[in-house]
Design a protein around this ligand. Structure first.
Ligand code: PGA
Length: 254
């Protein structure tokens, strides 16, 4: 049984390096717990070195994005090589907050290929903007997955891919507004079916699927047990030292 995955997506928080350090200090007291998971912290880039050094004993640094420009001179862009020099081996790609700024499936697909070529695991984020009774969100998800993963090689690429299902309407709210476990199971089955169509059953089974969107202490157990996911991408609750510790404990509960 592989270890549960827990990814802290700090987004543009906390607002100072000192606060980031105090969060890391708190977690380091619980290093034994976090080491039982595959725990990644995706901080704002200026905090990357601090995270890489101070969380070394219990977490791995991750990035919240990757540059779509692999060659040439580009002010502001951070290349995979720079990320790798800080120990980054996983990059969140296609987060809905980046898509809202104009990132298309084509750009996402390009970034996935750049990450894979550099030996960085792309964590592809997909998720519908809204849901209704007609189930149109399934069609939306199918399209998003197919175009974001277009052109990947079956075997080599799928072996290093991870997916985060994050329904956009459930992000940044509270546990009571998040997706329920039944809807989550149904959606994960659907995503697995698309991945099976693309990569074949054996390879698709190996691609970890995470859930993100208002994961908090109160819904983590119900969303984890029996829904087919391998872990969580956690936003706001990952900025609360205590909450994340409880989430980690619940993920390890038998
Ligand atoms: P949230 O964010 O946990 O605050 O909803 C999750 C995410 O956007 O990755």
């Amino acid at each position: 049984m592989t270890r549960p995955l827990l990814i802290a997506n700090w987004k543009n928080h906390p607002s100072s390096l000192d606060e980031a350090k105090s969060l890391l200090k708190h977690w380091s007291r619980n290093a034994k717990l976090y080491k039982k998971l595959s725990f990644f912290i995706a901080p704002p880039l200026p905090y990357l070195e601090t995270v890489a050094l101070r969380a070394r004993s219990f977490a791995q640094p991750a990035s919240q994005d990757i540059s779509a420009l692999s060659q040439g001179t580009h002010t502001s862009q951070v290349t995979p090589d720079i990320l790798k020099s800080f120990g980054v081996r996983l990059a969140i790609i296609g987060h809905s907050e980046r898509r809202a700024l104009g990132e298309t499936d084509e750009i996402v697909s390009q970034k996935i290929k750049i990450a894979l070529r550099a030996g960085i695991t792309p964590l592809l984020c997909v998720g519908e903007l809204s849901r209704d009774q007609d189930g149109e969100h399934f069609e939306f998800l199918r399209e998003q997955l197919k175009s974001s993963l277009a052109g990947l090689s079956r075997k080599a690429d799928s072996a290093r891919l991870a997916i985060a299902y994050e329904p956009v309407w459930a992000i940044g709210k509270s546990a009571k507004d998040a997706l329920g476990p039944d809807e989550l199971s149904q959606t994960i089955i659907f995503i697995k079916k698309i991945l099976t169509d693309m990569f074949g059953r054996a390879l698709a089974e190996r691609i970890p699927i995470l859930y993100g969107g208002s994961v908090e202490v109160s819904n983590v157990e119900n969303l984890f047990k029996g829904t087919g996911i391998r872990g969580f991408l956690v936003g706001h609750a990952s900025l609360n030292a205590k909450s994340l510790g409880i989430i980690a404990q619940l993920l390890l509960k038998k």
